[in-house]
Design a protein around this ligand. Structure first.
Ligand SMILES: Cc1ncc(COP(=O)(O)O)c(C=O)c1O
Length: 287
């Protein structure tokens, strides 16, 4: 069965889904996106993702083409049509199609494109063994809180990680870690508290981060929302990352140095477990 995608009101086979040449997403990167995890055929934290989408669209003045209920129906329908039980749903909204000119077009309609990607999250080998990250300079613009489709800095950062034999890049500004190329960055101190950078224009407000912080509070884990340096990360008891398409993944090497004993630590394992239970949904978690 060919993969079914959603484009501007229609569900259709991916080979038939064509975006016009002059789309501003293609020409300018003029758009925003969302990525939502799927476990047991169920969207994880979808409301929070749709809330962030609303904010991103508002910040760049693109009208939201759908209500939250409509977005949810489209996402669920796409998951169903692709028989997907685990993976993620990606969608983007661009300012639409217009002759190339920097000013906002007056008569363009937003382009909406959505696809699913099947992928193992709950039993991903990387989540068992942990991954390596490298640190790179954060070369991005000043509005990283907007989930823009402009991802050139992250493409370069993640390619550099791959070439160094790592799976993610942690971006660094003024000596402090901002976030991963496509994930939020955390460390655990020797005293067992979690350290994560506070929200600001310097990072994307990660939805997995938000849920995880809530769960940690409820679990009695001490949280420190503050900046942390690369040296502090090298010296941490544990490190991990979060994202909608990976949930919680241990980081066991940073720039080639093992984090503590180079194995996933107990706090990270506990948080991954808590997140998986939430993502699996109430009925399944209770089994
Ligand atoms: C730069 C960046 N930071 C953090 C995240 C994690 O955010 P979320 O948990 O909402 O997937 C992402 C996800 O794509 C990202 O691209």
């Amino acid at each position: 069965m060919s993969r079914i995608v959603f484009l501007n009101g229609s569900f259709l086979p991916i080979d038939e889904a064509k975006v016009p040449f002059m789309d501003r997403g293609f020409m300018f990167g003029d758009g925003v996106y969302e990525g939502i995890g799927v476990l047991n055929g169920r969207l994880v934290d979808n409301e929070a993702h749709l809330e962030r989408l609303e904010r991103s669209l508002k910040e760049i003045q693109i009208p939201n083409p759908y209500s939250r209920a409509e977005w949810t129906r489209l996402e669920e329908e796409l998951v169903r049509r692709n028989n997907m039980t685990e993976g993620f749903v990606y969608f983007q909204v661009t300012r639409g199609v217009a002759e190339r000119d920097f000013f906002f077009p007056t008569d363009a309609r937003p382009t909406v494109a959505m696809f699913t990607q099947a992928k193992s999250i709950a039993n991903a080998p990387a989540a068992e063994a942990g991954i390596s990250v490298i640190t790179v300079p954060d070369m991005r613009w000043e509005r990283r809180d907007i989930k823009s489709i402009n991802l050139l800095a992250q493409v370069l950062a993640k390619q550099a990680a791959k070439e160094a034999g790592a799976q993610e890049a942690w971006m660094v500004q003024d000596g402090y870690v901002t976030e991963g190329g496509s994930s939020s960055a955390f460390i655990v101190t020797k005293a067992g508290s979690i350290v994560v950078r506070p929200l600001s224009n310097a990072i994307l407000p990660g939805i997995t981060r938000k849920s995880l912080l809530q769960m940690s509070r409820e679990d009695g884990i001490v949280l420190e929302e503050r900046l942390f340096t690369v040296n502090e990360a090298y010296d941490a008891a544990e490190a991990f990352l979060t994202s909608a398409s990976n949930f919680v993944v241990p980081v066991v090497r940073i720039d080639g140095r093992p984090v503590a004993d180079g194995k996933p630590g107990p706090v990270t394992k506990r948080l991954r477990q808590l997140y998986l239970q939430m993502a699996a949904g109430p009925a399944l978690a209770a089994e």
